[in-house]
Design a protein around this ligand. Structure first.
Ligand code: AMP
Length: 226
């Protein structure tokens, strides 16, 4: 049997744009050998590839709104069925609506899996615009950087792989960030209660230093997957 299956850890990272879900998911991926599953990355790849889903998602993403549940659930379902997901997954940016959360429950139930933990990264909205508008990633290896908080040692050169191709996301501008935060509060924040009611919620203060937050998440994941 391929894809995510019985007894594979399933972790969810919840939090507004800029909370550090992607950064933390990548660190957990390395530390625990899990697979980071970012629906934002999957959608950006679909847009770049010009697939039907990508064509439908492009304008919605540029406006900072949520892509339809139907498209996102289909993309996630296909990705979860790939063999590497048998190692266990960290969902980054999914689910973002109650419909998606219920679809995930159904999907996991059909393969005898459960959610080990839903970790809510708690941050102040006001800080998110600064965090997001300064961020960029290495086009070579995907390492994340920030103009103020984490600049590369050599200007425009990746510390990790040496690539000089740096990428900024089209939706990382102040106007779109405001819409993304609004979408988060209206449609995604209710999931905090949803997972609390299931007894899997863990809250983490994510305003501090990246390494200290990673240590806290590491402890949560270690005990949730024991
Ligand atoms: P992210 O990379 O997680 O910040 O996502 C970037 C954009 O992709 C979001 O602003 C949405 O437009 C879209 N997106 C990503 N994940 C989802 C999701 N689970 N549901 C709906 N839209 C999503």
């Amino acid at each position: 049997m391929d894809g995510a299956q019985m007894n594979c850890p399933v972790l969810i990272l919840l939090g507004p744009p800029g909370a550090g879900k992607g950064t933390q998911a990548r660190m957990l991926e390395e530390k625990f050998g899990l697979v980071q599953l970012s629906t934002g990355d999957l959608l950006r790849a679909a847009v770049a590839a010009g697939t039907e889903a990508g064509k439908a998602a492009k304008a919605v993403m540029e406006a900072g709104d949520l892509v339809s549940d139907e498209i996102v659930i289909a993309i996630l379902r296909d990705r979860l069925a790939e063999p590497d997901c048998a190692k266990g997954v960290i969902l980054d940016g999914f689910p973002r609506t109650t419909v998606q959360a219920e679809a995930l429950d159904a999907l996991l139930a059909s393969t005898g899996q459960k959610i080990n933990a839903a970790i809510s990264l708690e941050v102040d909205d006001a800080a998110m615009v600064t965090r997001i508008s300064g961020r960029f990633t290495c086009g070579g290896c995907g390492e994340g950087y920030h103009d103020t908080f984490k600049a590369p040692k050599v200007l425009n050169t990746c510390d990790k792989c040496g690539s000089t191709e740096m990428k900024r996301r089209a939706d990382d501008n102040a106007e779109t960030v405001a819409s993304r935060l609004e979408a988060y509060h209206a449609q995604t924040a209710p999931l905090i209660e949803y997972y609390d009611a299931k007894g899997v919620l863990q809250n983490v203060d994510a305003m501090g230093e990246i390494g200290a937050i990673a240590d806290q998440l590491g402890d949560i994941v270690a005990s949730a997957t024991r």
